[in-house]
Design a protein around this ligand. Sequence first.
Ligand SMILES: Nc1nc2c(c(=O)[nH]1)N[C@H]1C(S)=C(S)[C@@H](COP(=O)(O)O)O[C@H]1N2
Ligand SMILES: [Mo]
Length: 317
Amino acid sequence: MLIKHADDIKSSEITPEQLYLNRRKFIASASAATVGLVASTLIPSSFATAKSGDDFKPKNPSKYNTTEDLTPYKDVTMYNNFYEFGVDKEDPAENAHTLKTKPWTVSVKGHVKKPATYNLDDLIKGLTLEDRIYRLRCVEAWSMVIPWLGFPLRDLIKRFEPTSKAKYVAFETLYSPEQMPGQSRSVLKWPYVEGLRLDEAMNPLTILATGLYGKQLPNQNGAPLRLIVPWKYGFKSIKSIVKITFVETQPPTSWNIHIPNEYGFYSNVNPEVDHPRWSQGKERRIGEFFKQKTLMFNGYTDQVASMYSGMDMKKNF
Ligand SMILES: Nc1nc2c(c(=O)[nH]1)N[C@H]1C(S)=C(S)[C@@H](COP(=O)(O)O)O[C@H]1N2
Ligand SMILES: [Mo]
């Protein structure tokens, strides 16, 4: 995650794309793909060479949708952090094909009335897939605007019936060095883990994503199930989740284990708290040349700030 900065990408490498395929068709096929989890299909070439995502842009902004320009599909799927497939941004797109996303099981444990190991298809049955256009920001100061397809994490959590002892939710990525060759190297402690406080997990903005741009999630973006917490840095958005545990105390998180003085548990986007090695005041939207000011809570202050009132946000970075 510290390897390459957006600044390293030459502007000439960034091509705007035009998405002209019918949106509803994508959503229909993505839903079918998610429910049935058909083998991942190749991206139609028209999709890969297409221009801006106007077809996916909502007409009206809402708390679940920003109307900012979308980051081209190509950048969203070819500029990734997924250390299980290598530490360079281009590695996951190249290597993640070895991940088998079907069948996929998610085990739910800890302080819940309904712990079980669920088949993903059964687990998400009946949950409404929604399109949500959120910013994703990385601590390295690059950001993207991505039309996600997913469902509120809270809708899933309610089904497990957490008990009063459940104060945090811990997530775990698949551990399988055969499928995830990066796990044979000790760049991070495996499996990758993340956590949220229960109220953060229950915030209506927080989703589990199964797709983007109306299509099934590409492996490099965390198929078949990944977390999106739009007011936090990208590294909160753990990919390829196989385990969800409800715990009483703050769970460990991969980047905090790796470099504790640089990455805390909360990782709220806070332009006033510098990363030890760079400022967090500005960010580069992938595909754009000029940097822009980073917004507190990544622009989602109205929906999330109250969860942190009374907390020292510099200490709890
Ligand atoms: N399992 C796993 N999840 C992960 C990571 C990872 O290396 N492994 N990287 C994180 C980081 S640092 C970022 S910025 C985002 C990147 O998501 P994207 O590739 O979809 O943009 O994924 C996060 N989730
Ligand atoms: Mo990140």
